[in-house]
Ligand binder design. Structure first.
Ligand SMILES: C[S@@+](CC[C@H](N)C(=O)[O-])C[C@H]1O[C@@H](n2cnc3c(N)ncnc32)[C@H](O)[C@@H]1O
Length: 497
């Protein structure tokens, strides 16, 4: 008799045990008539009370219940009969058997769905999903849910006005997203930036920016380029023009340092300007001479049309590219800045200023879009050959490093700078409106020192009569600070490097 306990024997005389199995076995007929006929209707009621609870053991006082059990109508059973929640504390010790002679232990099985259906049909109930509260009493909370009686908002709620906060994990749960942790966000920005920086030719350029906001500015709003990006309306003189003939130096002897045709001539003199020399402290390095850096002069480097052939020519410096590593860092009030983890020798070429090459008209338009506030200017005029003559100025080209540029686009101004920007022609000597802007170190610069240049080159020694209230205030911190970046005019405009 698996799962079965005999009824009414020995100490269990007053107890009723119910078979838990579906099997019919000999002796099943011994089940007392009073039970079958509804003598203990509560048993039936309890058996159906909690369909979700598979088995419940319940102790009830027969003497109390039998007085009420004469009727076979289960609906007379009080609706608020003790619920499973009211089950005696299991930690309470049970009284010895002698003190509880009239108790009935009932093992209540969960009804099968067929039993539930049969019972519901017998009661004439149409809802047979087992949740009808007339048959299966619920807790107060369940009743409130059934009646949808939970508190509701007064008036309409405009859901569009509720901000979707990504800090709220519940909003993210709904979207099945995980909140972007700060480290995650930062590492993604660094990855984006890293991919952009990797495209730069030459030694590495690394970012050193902590704030995620500043990092996002650097990673999202700027593209690094390796050469000028020519925009609409910019006309270029073909590289094979007759004017662009190159020097007559010999490829065997190399370029003549003092006679090379590429050397610039001093204004109003036949003296040739020798821009480069071997670095005194590093013989493998060719650097700009100290005297050249004091001049206002353009450098013409030898090019592919020169007789020297280029291989052993000392007059190839800028076109060989950058040789120092660079670091873009956060200066605080002056925005990003540039420095190098390497020692930079006096006269050493650092890098080019690159950007979009646009016409003067386009530059004026772009400048107007910034309200003329000049707070952040990246426009650089190529005005070396431009005289104060309107016709020529119209041909002038401008380099805009705002959205596309090189790392030098992050170089700040100083009234006592350690770098100088020099016009350098590396390819087409014939095009006087198009040349490179190359940065050279004025002096030895120790690793980690910010690289700066004078935005008003050529006007270094002029002290402004009065500070232009419209101008950007200079924060270089130098003793002889002029107080303003430039007197409300484009960088390089009206002042030759
Ligand atoms: C070519 S950008 C230099 C990079 C810039 N700091 C950035 O974060 O992109 C020129 C701008 O930098 C700022 N700047 C450069 N030098 C400065 C200085 N000495 N004092 C104050 N602001 C400076 C000005 O806003 C200027 O328009």
């Amino acid at each position: 008799m698996a799962g079965r306990v005999p009824l009414g024997s020995g100490a269990n005389q007053n107890r009723v045990f119910i078979d838990l199995t579906d099997e019919t076995e000999p002796g099943d007929s011994e089940v007392p008539k009073n039970l079958v006929q509804g003598k203990f209707p509560f048993v039936t009621a309890l058996a159906y009370r909690s369909p979700t609870v598979p088995l419940k053991r319940k102790s009830l006082d027969v003497s109390e219940e039998t007085s009420d059990s004469s009727s076979s109508d289960v609906r007379k059973f009080p609706r608020r009969a003790p619920l499973p929640h009211a089950h005696p504390d299991p930690s309470t010790p049970s009284p010895p058997p002698s003190l509880r002679p009239s108790q009935i232990s009932v093992v209540i099985p969960s009804p099968t769905s067929k039993q539930k259906r049969d019972f519901a049909i017998a009661q004439g109930v149409s809802d047979v999903n087992g949740m009808d509260i007339n048959i299966f009493p619920t807790t107060d909370e369940e009743e409130r849910v059934a009646k949808a009686a939970y508190p509701t908002t007064q008036g309409r709620v405009d859901r569009r006005s509720i901000p979707l906060s990504f800090k709220s994990s519940s909003a993210l749960n709904v979207l099945n997203l995980t909140p972007p942790s700060e480290t995650n966000h930062r590492s993604k920005l660094l990855q984006t930036l890293d991919e952009k920086l990797k495209r730069i030719n030459g030694p590495t350029v690394i970012p050193s920016v902590d704030s995620p906001k500043r990092l996002a500015k650097l990673a999202d709003n700027f593209e690094f380029i390796n050469s000028y990006q020519y925009r609409a309306g910019v006309e270029r003189i073909p590289d094979d023009s007759d004017f662009n003939i190159g020097c007559a130096c010999s490829a065997i002897d190399g370029c003549d340092r003092f006679e090379c045709d590429c050397l610039s001539k001093e204004e109003d003199s036949e003296d040739r300007i020798v821009p480069y020399q071997i670095c005194e402290t590093n013989p493998r390095l060719i650097v700009a001479t100290k005297s050249f850096l004091k001049r206002k002069a353009i450098i013409y480097e030898c090019n592919s049309r020169c007789g020297c052939g280029g291989k052993r020519c000392w007059n190839h410096v800028v076109q060989k590219g950058r040789t120092v590593r660079l670091e873009i860092f956060d200066t605080g009030a002056r925005g990003f800045g540039l420095r190098s983890p390497d020692l930079i020798h006096g006269g050493q070429f650092i890098d080019l200023y690159l950007g979009e090459v646009i016409t003067k008209a386009e530059a004026d338009e772009r400048e107007n879009l910034t309200d003329g506030s000049h707070t952040q200017s990246y426009l650089f005029s190529l005005d070396w050959y431009v005289k104060d003559d309107d016709d020529e100025e119209e041909n002038m080209k401008v380099i805009d490093g705002r959205k596309f540029g090189s790392a030098t686009r992050f170089m700040n101004h100083s009234c006592n700078p350690n770098c100088k920007i020099v016009p350098v022609c590396t390819t087409n000597h014939a095009d006087q409106y198009l040349y490179n802007l190359a940065f050279f170190a004025y002096r030895d610069i120790s690793p980690g020192t910010e690289l700066t240049f004078d935005y008003n080159q050529g006007e270094e020694n002029t002290t402004p009569q009065k500070i232009d209230p419209e101008a950007v205030q200079c924060l270089c911190g130098e003793v002889k600070c002029r107080g303003q970046l430039w007197p409300n005019k484009r960088k390089g405009q009206g002042s030759k490097p």
